[in-house]
Design a protein. Structure first.
Length: 118
């Protein structure tokens, strides 16, 4: 079992930046791929970015390419999402997801709100 806690959300003006963090605790010795998703009111949860267990590969949604960067620090059991050039349409609750490679089990955090004002 892994517990995930997101932080770093808040209110920012369009064009601004935020860095989200997701701290993992519990059974963190197993390798996990990590990802960020987001969900706006009345919309489906959507993929934002993913990073492999060793940080060797990343993948982004087209809507955030060139603006967002996912990274991880395995020594701190933390994954980050650096968000630059934020737009009002980035306003969502951002969720962290861990996928345990053994058995492909998913764990989710509780989410952190990001609001971008125009």
């Amino acid at each position: 079992q892994v517990q995930l806690v997101e932080s770093g959300g808040g209110l920012v003006q369009a064009g601004g930046s935020l860095r989200l963090s997701c701290a993992a605790s519990g059974r963190t010795s197993s390798p996990y791929n990590m990802a960020w998703f987001r969900q706006a009111p009345g919309k489906e949860r959507e993929f934002v970015a993913q990073i492999t267990w060793n940080g060797g590969s990343t993948n982004y949604a087209d809507s955030v390419k060139g603006r967002f960067t996912i990274s991880r620090d395995n020594a701190k059991n933390t994954v980050y999402l650096q968000m630059n050039s934020l737009k009002p349409e980035d306003t969502s609750v951002y969720f962290c997801k861990a996928t345990r490679l053994a058995g492909l089990v998913d764990y989710w955090g509780q989410g952190t709100q990001v609001t971008v004002s125009s």
